[in-house]
Design a protein around this ligand. Structure first.
Ligand SMILES: Cc1cc2nc3c(=O)[nH]c(=O)nc-3n(C[C@H](O)[C@H](O)[C@H](O)COP(=O)(O)O)c2cc1C
Length: 160
C-alpha cells in the first residue's frame, strides 16, 4: 500500500522551501513549487492524484502569501486531505485559519516555524513532530479506506 504525498510550497527567501525539503525527505513525497502567479511549477503534479497535500507558505501581512492563496483557490475542488505549515518572523496570526477557509477543509495537521529557528538550524525536532502527525493522518486515511473502500467521501475530515 503506497501513500502518496505532495508537498506544495511558495518561498521567496528559502525558509519555507527548507521545511518543504525536510518534510519530503523524512516523509517521502513529491515537491511542487508554486510560482508568483499561484500556479504549480510542475503541471503534472495533479493534487487529486495524491492521498495528502501538504501546503507551506510564508506569512505575508498576517495571511498566506498571495501565490498560496491563489493555489488553494484554484485547486480547492481537487484537494484530497490537506496539512498546512507556515513560516513567519514575528507572529503567524490567523494564517492557518485563513488557509483552512480557502481550501474548504480542515487540515489533518498544521504547524508554524519561526524564520530565525529555520535559519539557525533549530527546527529538526518540530519538523519530526509535524511529520509524525502527517504519518498518523495518512494511516487513519488508509484504515478508513480498508474498512470502507466504497466510502463516498475519501476525506478524513469531510467537507468544510
Ligand atoms: C512582504 C512580507 C510580509 C511579511 N509579513 C509577515 C507577517 O505578517 N508576520 C510575520 O510573522 N512575518 C512576516 N514576514 C516574514 C516572513 O513570513 C518570513 O521571513 C518567512 O519565513 C519567509 O519565508 P520564505 O523564506 O520562504 O520566503 C513577512 C515578510 C515579507 C517579505
Amino acid at each position: 500500500m503506497t501513500e502518496k504525498c505532495l508537498i506544495v510550497y511558495y518561498s521567496k527567501t528559502g525558509n519555507t522551501k527548507k521545511i518543504a525539503e525536510a518534510v519530503a525527505e523524512k516523509l517521502g513525497g513529491d515537491l511542487c513549487e508554486v510560482n508568483e502567479q499561484g500556479t504549480a511549477q510542475a503541471s503534472d503534479k495533479n493534487p487529486s492524484s495524491y492521498d495528502l497535500v501538504v501546503v507551506g507558505t510564508p506569512v505575508n501581512g498576517f495571511r498566506a502569501s498571495l501565490p498560496i492563496q491563489g493555489y488553494l483557490t484554484q485547486n480547492r475542488d481537487k484537494l484530497p486531505d490537506v496539512a498546512f505549515y507556515v513560516t513567519y518572523s514575528l507572529w503567524p496570526a490567523g494564517t492557518l485559519g485563513g488557509m483552512e477557509k480557502l481550501a474548504g477543509k480542515k487540515p489533518i495537521a498544521s504547524e508554524t516555524f519561526k524564520a530565525k529557528d529555520i535559519i539557525q538550524g533549530r527546527v529538526d525536532e518540530k519538523v519530526n513532530g509535524f511529520v509524525d502527525a502527517l504519518r498518523a493522518g495518512l494511516s487513519r486515511y488508509w484504515s478508513k479506506m480498508v474498512l470502507n473502500p466504497y466510502s463516498p467521501s475519501q476525506s478524513i475530515n469531510g467537507p468544510y
